[in-house]
Every structure is written in C-alpha cells, then in structure tokens.
Design a protein around this ligand. Structure first.
Ligand SMILES: [Zn+2]
Ligand SMILES: [Zn+2]
Length: 334
C-alpha cells in the first residue's frame, strides 16, 4: 500500500515526509483493519513533521482524523463487522487502571498512546485501530465532512468546555482554522457572542459568514471584554494578549499540543481579578462521543479543502502558510 512517513523531521520546506510503499498492516488482537477513505490534516501532523513534537517511532505514518471501512477484524473483537464505517481519532489507547483513568480523566493517562505518533495513522491506504478507541460516525455525514470532526472538532469542543464560557457569554477565538471554526459554531448555537482574532483575511471572512460578531487581526483588542477565550494559534506571544482581553474572572484555554514560548506575564495586567490560564490535553472518549452527537444535532458546517493522498506534503505546507480554508482533508481512496 501507499503510505506517507515522517522521514526526517524538519521545516516543512525541507520535505520531512516521504511517500513510500509498505505492507498492508494486519489487525492484532482487539484491533480492526480499515481501508482508509478520508484522513483529515491536523496541525499536530505539522508539529510532528517539523519536529516540534519529538517522534516516538522512526518512520511513523501521521494522520489521526481517519474515516474508513472495516476490512478485517482481529482476534477477540466484537464491536464492528467488515463493511462498517469507522472513525479513528488521536487517543489510541490508555492503561485503564491509573488514577486518571479511574476518575474519568483518561486524557491525562501517563500510559496513553496516540494515533499517528506512537502508531501508524491515516496518511495511508490502510490502517489498524483498537476497536475500543474507534468511533461510530453519524450516518448522514459524508466522509470528507466527518473526518475533521475527529480531532479538530473533538479537541475544539473540549477547549470550549475548558474555557468555562458562561451562558450567553462573550468568547474570543485566537486563530481560526479547522478546530476553531467548529468550536465557534457550537458556542454560537449555545447563545455566545463570538469575536475572532486571526492574521488570515480568509479566515476572518469565514468567521463572519458563520456568525461571529467581529473578526480582527490576531493582536487586535476585541470590541468588548471577554468572559472566555481560546487560543488555537500555536503562538505563545498571544497568551498575554488573550489574558489582557479577558474581563474579571475570565478564562483563557490554550487548545494546542504545542505552543511557542510564553513571554513573561504581568500579574496585575494578565492574571489578577481571578483570570485563569488553562491548557487542554487531548480528550476522553466521552468527549468524543458527546461532540459527535452534538455535531450531528447542530448540523455543524464543516468547511474543507480537499487534497489527493499523494499531495499530503502540499497540504501540510499550505497549513503552515495559512493557505487552507477550514480543514484540509486527504482523499485516500480516489
Ligand atoms: Zn490510565
Ligand atoms: Zn489533531
């Protein structure tokens, strides 16, 4: 089969990914084999390719927003049958026994593994997934629109919850890519006023189309103080900017897995009056199930930019340069 691998991590212009021929994987015990239809392109894939996330395995295949069809099932599986449509997300396994797993915080499990980081992901014609960590996707959703829900959507949803937005509150969103454009729609459906702050003119336009009250440049001040803010851009310099934009008691949640250095904060300007700075780490399966139901019920509009599998490297380069409208997706089965 054809598969992309992280060959030599480095700036995307240096060609860190290679398209290679590999044997089709076999499903191990508890796993199912999928024929991949569509795989979303996530900023985490870019961090992995560029070495911001240290590779956990040489030659790993990225991709953790996978929609595919079950081709074969491994020993001891019972949840899916050949022909079923299945989604694969970032969280791939947990130990199930640690203090975090036992209290419903499996996203913090120290023994967790991740798709496209610890194990090969969906930038390939076939992939395997432990059946307990696969998702049933809402039926009416086409593959191309369902794929971005699996990381961009789920993580954006967790970030929104971590931002503790009060009912009818004022939400600031810094950076407006795949994840942000889905989280914004959930917030709007819940009655929030949304202000988007991003350097990309195209993204500002998309934000206004989706119902944002305002769209400014990344470092602009929003037109009113914010109850909550989410930082989607992986830019530490925006942390004090987002904190300064908060009203008293406001919360800034940092959604990304990687952030450049955060500058020195000024206690009075950035944190006093009980403002909070929080991180967001992966998601639990319960977050995923809940978000997929919500996406279906709210008829979220998923904006995608499609690429064929052999143009995955271009998709990552476009993502790095803010040239992607909404979510980039790879059509693997074309
Ligand atoms: Zn655990
Ligand atoms: Zn992701």
């Amino acid at each position: 089969m054809r598969a992309w691998v992280v060959h030599r991590p480095g700036p995307v212009a240096t060609g860190p990914l290679r398209l290679v021929e590999r044997d089709r994987p076999a499903p191990g015990p508890g796993e199912v084999l999928l024929r991949v239809s569509v795989c979303g392109v996530c900023r985490t894939d870019l961090h992995l390719a560029e070495g911001d996330l240290p590779p956990r395995r040489p030659g790993v295949t990225p991709g953790h927003e996978v929609v595919g069809t079950v081709e074969a099932t491994g020993e001891g599986t019972s949840r899916f049958a050949p022909g079923d449509r299945v989604g694969v997300a970032w969280l791939r396994s947990t130990d199930g026994v640690c203090r975090f797993c036992r209290r419903g915080a499996e996203n913090l499990c120290p023994g967790s593994t991740y798709t496209g980081w610890d194990a090969d992901g969906g930038y390939a014609e076939y992939t395997v997934v432990p059946e307990g960590f696969a998702y049933v996707l809402p039926e009416s959703w086409p593959d191309e629109k369902a794929a971005p829900l699996l990381c961009a959507g789920i993580i954006g949803y967790r970030a929104l919850r971590r931002a503790q937005l009060p009912p009818g509150g004022r939400l600031g969103i810094y950076g407006f890519g795949a994840s942000a454009h889905l989280a914004a729609q959930v917030a709007l459906a819940q009655g929030a006023t949304v202000h988007v702050l991003t350097r990309s003119a195209g993204a500002r336009e998309l934000a206004l189309t989706l119902g944002a009250a305002s769209a400014g440049d990344a470092y602009d001040a929003p037109p009113e103080p914010l109850d909550s803010a989410i930082l989607f851009a992986p830019v530490g310099d925006l942390v004090p900017v987002g904190l300064a934009a908060l009203d008293r008691g406001g919360t800034l949640a940092v959604a990304g897995i990687h952030l450049t250095d955060v500058p020195v904060l000024d206690y009075e300007r950035h944190l006093f009056y009980e403002r909070q700075l929080r991180s967001v780490t992966a998601n639990t399966r319960a977050d995923g199930e809940e978000f997929l139901r919500l996406a279906d019920r709210l008829h979220l509009r998923v904006t995608t930019t499609p690429y064929p599998l052999d143009r995955a490297a271009d998709a990552l380069a476009d993502l790095a340069a803010d040239r992607v409208h909404g979510a980039a997706v790879l059509h693997v089965d074309d």
